[in-house]
Write a protein that binds this ligand. Sequence first.
Ligand SMILES: [Zn+2]
Length: 295
Amino acid sequence: MVSATVAAGVRRVRVPMPGGGLPFSNAYLIEDAEGAVHVVDPGSPTRAARDDLRAALRGARVASIVLTHLHADHAGGAAALRAATRAPVLVHEREAEALRTLAAGLPAPDLDAWGVPAERRPELLAAAVVPAGPDPVVPDATVADGEHLPVPGRRLRAVWTPGHTPGHLCLLDEEAGVLFTGDHVLPTVNPGLGLGGPTATNPIDDYLAALDRVAALDDGALRPLPGHEDPFTGVRERCAVLAAHHRRRADEVAAQAGGTVWDTAATLTWTGGWDALSGSTLLSALRQTAQHRAR
Ligand SMILES: [Zn+2]
């Protein structure tokens, strides 16, 4: 399958991901009234990803490239696609700021303060080095919450959904009844939070508020088009499940008196078990635990 139609004028491309985690990210090709195509999340910065996307585009005129967020599995292919098509790259204004911060380099996580045992430190330090991929894109323009994207003939509204990253965007096409959810809401995966550099606000609080916003958009027939896995239904129900997960986690963390972030994390329930976490998944688990303790 190169691409499949998932809504009127919207095709989905399953773009392969390197690394043995999730098998693919979803790029969406939105056709406008002038016959041009707008690409949501071109995918990973690999040759396989680029070839599959190009095959799906088949010489179409690309008018813009919209990124739900800065992670390499969504935004990594944006620079190459822009070079090939001259289409501008659009992100939320807060994500543009996060891209600049990440490009300048982040301090390593404070593994001492987290109480991480010496033998687990190398994998965490290695995982902390590449939050935005090897070549973060410099966007051409930014969009603000509530703004409509420059897609002729469609009303595609930017919905700011911080949490996974500071400027994560969902895109609502009310007429088509679809919501591009990026990594804010996935059908079965619990998105990691606070994965776009430091923020003045707690990413868990931001995320819970953004889940409420997205749930409120669902009239019962809204079809979410996620950044991974398959299009699904029931976005309001899924938001409730994700919110319950974080509230339960908050209670678990609150029940732990004292100890380090490492001690607390080791007592929590993790999908696949604590012992299965390593590298970036372990780093994400520790960050999330630290965020809960900081609330
Ligand atoms: Zn992703």
